[in-house]
Design a protein around this ligand. Structure first.
Ligand SMILES: [Zn+2]
Length: 388
């Protein structure tokens, strides 16, 4: 059963409003101050306007760098969702901790923080690091700054455990999420004079068609990666806007699309194919209007994650969680970014993604108890060979 101390910390964090659009500094400062009471200093790295921060702390100063416990501090909003209780209540009812971020993923952070003293006094021959990020839910923005700071500071952790909700089963792969906005500039005209115009919607539609062709190509030809709900890469257009009136050839159109690439597929190549298609359409548009063309903006680029069942950190997570096998997850995490930075990584945390982002989000106390056992076990690891 989960200890009171750990549960109270999880509740405290859930009660802080850290929806991605808001500042997360209340939470970051709380964790910083809790650690400072134990004599642990924190590295904070801020966003451009200093309203949000990442926190990185080393428990076991003087020991070699060791394993990161990673969590994001932000949550998705709850606007328009039908909650039966206050999303910030942190209420415990019927064996569950309720609230936005309870499963995804503040409870993990609270439980990790509850072990801080144990890690400080641990016989483990390596340090445990806490890595808390901002703006994960809007595209894993903060963690990139955090990892750059570690690189600049010469801190080289050996492994990373990302505590996203996997029901405490170590997850070793997920797809990438690459999302872009495409703005199409054409030339307006009265709709009776189409040859003097460049129809932005129609040009946009050609690219949308290209995306659909690519999606069908993945479905038909891509090598399967079994274990995912959809065992091939997908492409999808999520929003399309354009036009002002039936009798005006539209000057502007805008659409947003995403790729969810298999860990074995190259998202940069997919985007390059879209760009090449756009560039091929532009000369004819520009014959009519030199300013016409396509402009692309990345919205989020979250790399796919591919760990291994053979990684030491995966085996360690299995042992600590008492889990038999490993799993794949359908959602994006920061794991691929840690892995890209050369840090062997596994995703393992309490609760289910089924409850994440939902009304009445919760994590069961049973899951929290298992997570606490996992985190306590980490303090007892005696050999660095369990990490690498
Ligand atoms: Zn999450």
């Amino acid at each position: 059963m989960i200890s009171n101390h750990a549960l109270e910390l999880a509740q405290t964090l859930v009660r802080m409003d850290t929806v991605s659009r808001n500042s997360n500094l209340t939470l970051i400062h709380f964790v910083r101050d809790e650690l400072a009471r134990l004599g642990v200093s924190s590295r904070l790295t801020y966003n451009a306007d200093k309203t949000k921060a990442n926190l990185f702390a080393t428990l076991g100063e003087g020991k070699p760098a060791g394993v990161i416990l990673s969590g994001h501090t932000d949550t998705v909003p709850w606007d328009g969702q039908a909650w039966s209780l206050d999303p910030l209540s942190g209420a415990v009812q019927d064996g569950r901790l309720y609230g936005r971020g309870s499963a995804d993923m503040k409870a993990f952070i609270g439980l990790a923080l509850a072990q801080a003293e144990a890690y400080l006094n641990s016989p483990a021959p390596f340090a445990v690091h806490l890595a808390l990020s901002y703006d994960e839910e809007v595209g894993c923005l903060g963690v990139k700054e955090l990892i750059a700071d570690l690189r600049d500071a010469g801190i080289r952790p050996l492994a990373c455990i990302v505590g996203e909700p996997t029901l405490m089963v170590p997850a070793i792969a997920h797809k990438g999420v690459y999302r872009y906005k495409c703005c199409v500039r054409g030339k307006e005209a009265h709709s009776s004079l189409t040859p003097r115009s460049v129809n932005a919607i129609e040009m946009a539609a050609r690219l949308v068609g290209k995306l659909r062709d690519m999606a069908e190509g993945f479905e038909q030809h891509e090598a399967r990666y079994d274990g995912f709900d959809v065992p091939y890469s997908t492409a999808s257009v999520g929003q399309f806007h354009g036009g002002i009136a039936d009798n005006v050839v539209p000057r502007d159109a805008e659409f947003r699309y995403e790729f969810r690439n298999l860990p074995t597929a190259d998202a940069a190549q997919m985007q390059a194919e879209v760009l090449a298609h756009a560039r091929a359409l532009e000369p004819r548009m520009q014959q009519v209007a030199p300013e016409a063309g396509f402009r692309f903006e990345p919205i989020c680029e979250v790399p796919a994650f591919l760990g291994s069942a053979d990684d030491a950190v995966t085996r360690l997570a299995q042992r600590l969680a008492g889990a038999q096998g490993t799993t794949l997850v359908a959602f994006g995490t920061e794991a691929g970014i840690f892995k890209q930075a050369g840090i062997p990584t596994v995703v393992c945390g309490p609760g289910s993604i089924e409850q994440a982002h939902q009304p009445d989000e919760y994590v069961s106390l049973e899951q929290l108890g298992r997570c606490e056992t996992f985190l306590q076990g980490l303090a007892g690891v005696r050999s660095v060979s369990e990490l690498v």
